[in-house]
Every structure is written in structure tokens, then in C-alpha cells.
Design a protein around this ligand. Structure first.
Ligand code: GLA
Length: 779
């Protein structure tokens, strides 16, 4: 709901209010963003207005008629340079006369019934109302439009801006942010998620005391170095209680989120396209659009904010055929084969996949050109006849005959110098002609600023996707930008390359997703180097990390869930020892972590033991039975000694929970599982899936029970292990939702003494999955 009371604007969602007003000096003053306030007149709003009777000390006053207003210490909707505000600006425009002073003043406001389209960038769907505020810098004939969109049921408000050049001279937009929040104090913690390849999404909490803290990417992608999702929370906010703002951008390129504590103790948060290495030339009548910023406030802690973000992303960001559709369980060929693939091997692995219940077979890198390593062939998207002697279509048909759908890996944005494409189109890459070029993974980036390149890639990919029965595409992007120069743009526009690349990318993705609406696209950029809301407007799921180690994955996935729903997080069960860390973790833990989200496997199933295959078969059958909740349920992070997750179906009738331990603490045997999101008074059955353990997992402890001595790892040990299984513990509880949410005491964990079905075998990196089902009454 958007309301206007005299000079004030009130944006309301189910549980939040956002309020600002027009100052007598005609700038917009921010008044409030937080828990919903009851206001129905401008009188109700008055107490929210900061009182100004004089401008303090050596500040500048905006104009003579208003000696009480110094913009330096006012809370504004859009800060700008040159009229007294000396904080990080929202907008910075260099005019034809060289000045960067901007004086945008209110002209009009109107309420639109739907989202005004963004010409060049993706934006959220399903909004109910939009407030469009027009500000004008009369002296330079430049317009700044601020757009506010309200998504009431998700408690989401979005913001963005547009600059229009109405003058008859060229101007340069040096920065245009998407949102700005001026807080009256700085009692907040800024949470950012940083990392790098195979080490995405490390959570960092920064207590903001003074100065400026910046979370940004200059890689050309939203990046694994600094995800654009950030949070501002109270110092005591927990998963279940306290104030938190979740903030994100619908953008996949260089982004920028900054928090500045002012010398008056106030705090400005600002977010948008990174202004570093950025400047956009606007000719007469041209306009520039910022990306859309997504904001969510909750007074009920991180989980509640995440819940709203998740629902918003599922309903308003992800779109198309696969939006609410259950996603297939896949086998990806990469870690089983790397570049060494061929038809025979793939078919063998696909057959093994079918036997355990997998639904989709994905042929990863290595299938095209002469791609025997990462030094050649990107750009040449024709199958390698040595590896696929009967062609791609033949392989796909064979995979379909086995009973699996087929998916393919591509990295369309890239080219190797050793490729026919590069040899014939050297002018199509991002590089400075005649200079030494830096490369990443031996590859160069195609210049998507150039519409001809976008058109070419649309054609080549369309041809590939329609050449066989392709149901899934893994769209990869494996380097960061260097030698930033478009051979297509004139020198005066080279600062536009980063942003124009993203506009070109979105155009390409728009072309292809419209042409192939039924293909399931999975985003990937060396894992999570482009995990953002922009990509999710085209690709319903993203490969979260090249790190498939269960312990690392727990932390990576846990962090993603602060800002992103399970339905977009793609996870694979892989080999042990793990290829990235050489850590050995139990197969059930690898699955127990991967099943929270989109499940896949990435290991040579044709080489696994029958025992492992049997376990995988059970995992897959179980996942299929609970898939909807694992992919689309309401997810909760639970703080306790063990790692603890819970995901609940929308009707609260079904839930799954997970606990995981890192290292065993000796003689610490009593653990709990804690549920969330159940009906307090509902009756539930809490249970686990019975398991049997290989006796060899107990090593030479076998001799404490065996009548004859058995040498560890001897033939005798193997033979006994074939016939003797150790029973796993059984959990079987009937109780109320409120008790389960307080916590269930689990079977005692193994700790040196006797083992029986009453004892939980719980080694390093052990985990458990629990099931909770509503029943009509407590049994
Ligand atoms: C990237 C991806 C991997 C795999 C390889 C193939 O690293 O993240 O999953 O597809 O490329 O080269």
C-alpha cells in the first residue's frame, strides 16, 4: 500500500513501513523504515520528523530562506554532491561545464499500478504498486526519477533510479545508486558474505563504529569475493529475534554496498552499481537506469527476514516453466571424468545413474572442439568426433533410451585464443589491441558490449540447444575481467564496459530463455562467482560452489540461505576423499547436506561398491518422497552446539531436520535436535530412517566382541563385514510441535563404551536426518 499525506509518502507492507517527506527545501527527507507504524494523517507522521532550528558549526546551509537546514546532517532519500551533503552520494553527474554539483529538487510524484519496465535490466515481478518521484536539476535540465515498488505479502520494498538528460549537451553519470537508507544512529552490525573460489560465502559481522565500510566487486561479476546480499542488524539480533534488514541487488556485475557513519553519529547505507571504473555518457534525451535494490525488514530475527526473501525470490525473481516446478536429480560428469570423457564411459555412468534413480544426466566440460584440457576450444561449440564418434544427438538419444534426460555444459561468454572463433574474430574479445593480455584459465572474455557478438552467441547456442533433446543447460563463466576494453566502443565510453557487458549478457539470456522456455538453466561461475538475483531472473538454480566437501558445503549453503531460498541452491554428493579438500566424510553426511536444496551427484557411479550404490538408491528414493519440501519448504537455521537445520512444508504437516557435528568431543554424548516452524499445538511423529553400519567403521574394536582375533583390514575382516552389520539407533517420538521446537533429546552418542541400537554412531563429520510428520493425535 502506498499513501500520501500532504507532503509525506508512506509505503506499507504486511509488517513494515517506509516513510519519507518533502522538505521545505524540496529534497526528500527519509523519516522511517522498520516495523509497521500506524499512521493515517500527516499529524501522525510529525513526531518522526527530525527537528531542525539551526544549522550547526561550520556546515553549509542549503539556502538563505532555510538557515535551519544543512544537508550534511539530514536524513535524505538521495544524497548528492555540492549542496552541503558530504556523505557518500547517491548520484554523481558531471555536466558539460565540468561541474559535479547536483541539485535535484522535487517536481512531482505519482502512484503507478505496476512496475515501470526497466529497459536494460531484469526486475522483480508481481509488484502491486509503484511510487514514481520526479526530481529535477533545473540549472542543468537533468531529471532524476526515484522508483519505489511495494511487495506487501513478502515485506519487500524495492528501489531504483533513472537519470534522464534533458539538456542539449552530453553529461556523464559517474554513479547512480539503487537505494539509500539514512539511519538516525549507527547501532548496527553489517554482515557481508565474502570468499573466493571453492570458499564462497564466509559470513563476516562488522560492528560499525566509524568511517566507511565497503562491500563491493570489481571482478566483472557479482562475485564470490563479496556477494551483493548484505544484512544490517541490531547488535543482539539472533536467528529468531531482533531487528534485521536484508538488502540485495538484482544485478550480476560490479556492485557496491557501503555503510558510512557520519560525524553526527548517523549512518548511511547505500547500494548499487559499483562506481569504480564506471562512467556512462548520456547524450541529449538519453537515460541511464540503475539496477533494482531489494530491501526486507524484520523485527523477528534473521530466519524471518530470510523467510520473506526466500518467498519473494521464489515468486518474483525466478520465473518461467521451472519457477515452482520440482527440479530433477542429476548426475554431473565433471568430477568423475574431468576432460576425459567419451561416449562409452558416459553411457556406462548413465546406466549406473538410472539404476539408483537419477533423472538427468549432465555432460560437463570436455565434449567440444579439441577440449582435452582447459587451454583450447572455448568458442567452438561443435562436438569432438574423437570423444563422441556418433555425434551429440546419438549420445542424447542413447541416454534417453536408458531412461534419463540429457543436459549439457557450455561457457558461451568465453573464448580460448586457441580456437577457430578467436582466429576469425579477434575484434570480438575484451582486450586492449596490441597490449600484453592477462588471462584467467587460459581464456578471454567475449565482448558482450557488442550487439553482433550477442547475436552470434544467440544463434550458436540456439543451434546447439535444438540439435538434440536437451533438457538442461549448465551455463558456466570461469574468469574475472582484466584488460577491460571493448574494441566495439569508442575511447570516450570505455568506462561503460563493465555495465554494458552485463546489459549484453541479460539480452543474450533473455533471447535464449525465451526461445527455449522449457530448458532448465543452471547458472555457474567457477561455482558461486555469480550467485545473484540478476542471474536468477533467467536461471532458476545456481551451482553454489565447486567445493563439494560436506563440511565446507554446510557453511557455504548455510550462508547462502540468509539471502537465497533452497530452490536456487544446487548441491552435489561427490567422492571421498573429497577432490577439493582431500577430507573424508561419510556418504550419508554428504547427502544430508546436499539434500537441502537441489540434489545432484558428481562421482563415478560405475565405480562405486554395491553397498554405496544401495545407500545412494535409498537416498534418492527418500529425496523424491520429500523433494517438494527440500526444494521449496520454509527453511530455518537453528543455533545450538551442533549444526542444525529444519525445513517445513507450507502446510506445516511435514518437516525434515538435520544435525551435523564437526569434530567429536570425547565423552560428550547428549545431543538435541531442535525443530522450527511447526504448529505449536500440532501432534507430530518424529523419526529417523533406520540404518546399519559396516562393522569395519569400528576398526579393531571388533575384537572386543569377536570370539576369534580379527586383524584389521584383513580378508577375515572383509568377510565378517559382509555378514555382520551394526544396527543404527532408532528415534521414534510422538509429541507436540512445541516440544519438538524446544528440542528432542537424541539417543546417547558413542563414547568409548559399549555400542548397541540404543547408541548413536556419531564420528567426526557425522550427521543425521530426521523426519517429522503431523498425525491426528499424539500416540
Ligand atoms: C567450472 C565449474 C565446474 C566445471 C568446470 C568445467 O569450474 O564450476 O563445475 O563445470 O568449470 O571446466
Amino acid at each position: 500500500m502506498i499513501k500520501q499525506y500532504d507532503q509525506s509518502f508512506v509505503l506499507e507492507t504486511a509488517h513494515t513501513s517506509y516513510i519519507f517527506r518533502l522538505l521545505p527545501t524540496k529534497q526528500l527527507e527519509h523519516l522511517y523504515y522498520g516495523k509497521k507504524l500506524t499512521v493515517s494523517s500527516s499529524k501522525d507522521i510529525e513526531p518522526l520528523i527530525e527537528q531542525h532550528a539551526f544549522a550547526p558549526g561550520n556546515t553549509n546551509i542549503y539556502d538563505e530562506e532555510h538557515p535551519e537546514y544543512s544537508l550534511e546532517d539530514m536524513r535524505l532519500e538521495a544524497g548528492m554532491i555540492g549542496k552541503g551533503d558530504i556523505r557518500i552520494p547517491f548520484v554523481e553527474i558531471i555536466h558539460a561545464d565540468g561541474s559535479s554539483t547536483n541539485d535535484f529538487l522535487f517536481q512531482e510524484a505519482k502512484i503507478n499500478t505496476s512496475h515501470t519496465p526497466i529497459r536494460t535490466l531484469p526486475y522483480a515481478l508481481n509488484n502491486k504498486e509503484e511510487l514514481e518521484v520526479t526530481l529535477v536539476d533545473e540549472a542543468y535540465a537533468v531529471i532524476l526519477k526515484l522508483y519505489y515498488n511495494v511487495y506487501p505479502e513478502y515485506d519487500i520494498i524495492s528501489r531504483r533510479a533513472v537519470v534522464i538528460n534533458n539538456s542539449d549537451e552530453e553529461i556523464k553519470v559517474n554513479r547512480l545508486m539503487s537505494t539509500q537508507l539514512d539511519f538516525s544512529n549507527h547501532n548496527y552490525v553489517l554482515t557481508t558474505f565474502n570468499g573466493n573460489w571453492t570458499n564462497e560465502m564466509n559470513r563476516h559481522d562488522h560492528i560499525i563504529e566509524s568511517g566507511i565500510h565497503i562491500n563491493a566487486s570489481l571482478t566483472g561479476c557479482s562475485s564470490s569475493r563479496a556477494n551483493p546480499f548484505v544484512m544490517l542488524s541490531g547488535k543482539h539480533t539472533t536467528e529468531d529475534d531482533g531487528d534485521v534488514y536484508g538488502l540485495n541487488l538484482i544485478y550480476s556485475g560490479n556492485h557496491y554496498e557501503a555503510v558510512e557513519v557520519t560525524s553526527y553519529g548517523k549512518m548511511r547505507f547505500i547500494a548499487g552499481i559499483n562506481p569504480q571504473n564506471f562512467s556512462f555518457l548520456l547524450k541529449q534525451s538519453d537515460s541511464f537506469e540503475s539496477c533494482e535494490a531489494v530491501m526486507c525488514y524484520s523485527s523477528h530475527g534473521f530466519n524471518d527476514m530470510s523467510k520473506h526473501m526466500h518467498a519473494f525470490i521464489n515468486d518474483c525473481i525466478v520465473r518461467g516453466t521451472w519457477q515452482h516446478k520440482e527440479r530433477p536429480i542429476l548426475l554431473n560428469s565433471w568430477e568423475a571424468n574431468y576432460f576425459k570423457i567419451n561416449e562409452q564411459k558416459l553411457l556406462r555412468q548413465a546406466k549406473a545413474a538410472k539404476k539408483v534413480g537419477i533423472e538427468l544426466f549432465v555432460m560437463d566440460d570436455g565434449w567440444f572442439g579439441k577440449r582435452d584440457n582447459d587451454q583450447s576450444s572455448l568458442g567452438d561449440w561443435q562436438y569432438d568426433p574423437k570423444k563422441l564418434p556418433h555425434g551429440l544427438k546419438h549420445l542424447v538419444d542413447k541416454i534417453n533410451e536408458i531412461g534419463l534426460d540429457f543436459g549439457i555444459w557450455v561457457e558461451p561468454e568465453m573464448v580460448n585464443v586457441d580456437s577457430s572463433l578467436y582466429r576469425s574474430h579477434k575484434e570480438w574479445t575484451i582486450e586492449i589491441p596490441g597490449h600484453n593480455q592477462s588471462e584467467g584459465r587460459h581464456q578471454r572474455i567475449l565482448d558482450l558490449c557488442n550487439p553482433e557478438v550477442v547475436g552470434y552467441l544467440t544463434d550458436v547456442m540456439s543451434e546447439l540447444f535444438s540439435s538434440a533433446n536437451i533438457k538442461y543447460v549448465k551455463w558456466d563463466m570461469n574468469r574475472t575481467f582484466s584488460d577491460i576494453y571493448s574494441q566495439y566502443l569508442p575511447s570516450s565510453q570505455q568506462q561503460e564496459v563493465f555495465h554494458r557487458y552485463i546489459i549484453g549478457l541479460y539480452k543474450l539470456l533473455d533471447n535464449l530463455t525465451k526461445a527455449f522456455p522449457d530448458i532448465l538453466f543452471e547458472g555457474c561461475a567457477s561455482g558461486g562467482n555469480r550467485f545473484d538475483l540478476g542471474m536468477l531472473c533467467y536461471m532458476p538454480q545456481i551451482w553454489a560452489s565447486d567445493n563439494t566437501d560436506a563440511l565446507c558445503r554446510y557453511h557455504i549453503q548455510n550462508s547462502y540461505t540468509y539471502g537465497y531460498p533452497l530452490s536456487v541452491i544446487s548441491n552435489h554428493v561427490s567422492s571421498t576423499p573429497n577432490h577439493q579438500t582431500l577430507r573424508t566424510t561419510p556418504l550419508d553426511t554428504r547427502y544430508n547436506i546436499a539434500c537441502f536444496g537441489i540434489l545432484g551427484y558428481e562421482t563415478n557411479l560405475a565405480d562405486l561398491s554395491n553397498e554405496a550404490l544401495e545407500e545412494i538408491k535409498n537416498q534418492i528414493a527418500q529425496y523424491k518422497a520429500y523433494r517438494h519440501t527440500f526444494q521449496f519448504g520454509t527453511f530455518y537455521r537453528i543455533k545450538q552446539d551442533l549444526h542444525n537445520w529444519c525445513v517445513v512444508s507450507s502446510d506445516q504437516k511435514e518437516a525434515m531436520g538435520m544435525i551435523m557435528q564437526e569434530l567429536v568431543l570425547p565423552n560428550r554424548q547428549h545431543h538435541q535436535f531442535i525443530a522450527r516452524g511447526l504448529k505449536e499445538e500440532g501432534h507430530y511423529h518424529f523419526f529417523n530412517q533406520e540404518k546399519q553400519y559396516n562393522v569395519k567403521l569400528f576398526g579393531d574394536l571388533i575384537n572386543t566382541a569377536s570370539p576369534i582375533h580379527i586383524k584389521q583390514d584383513s580378508l577375515a575382516h572383509h568377510v565378517v563385514a559382509k555378514f555382520v552389520k551394526m544396527p543404527g539407533e532408532v528415534e521414534d517420538v510422538h509429541t507436540s510441535g512445541s516440544v519438538l521446537m524446544y528440542g528432542v533429546n537424541l539417543k546417547q552418542a558413542f563414547s568409548a563404551n559399549g555400542y548397541s541400537e540404543q547408541v548413536r554412531y556419531f564420528q567426526d563429520f557425522a550427521s543425521r536426518l530426521y523426519f517429522i510428520q503431523e498425525e491426528s493425535e499424539i500416540k
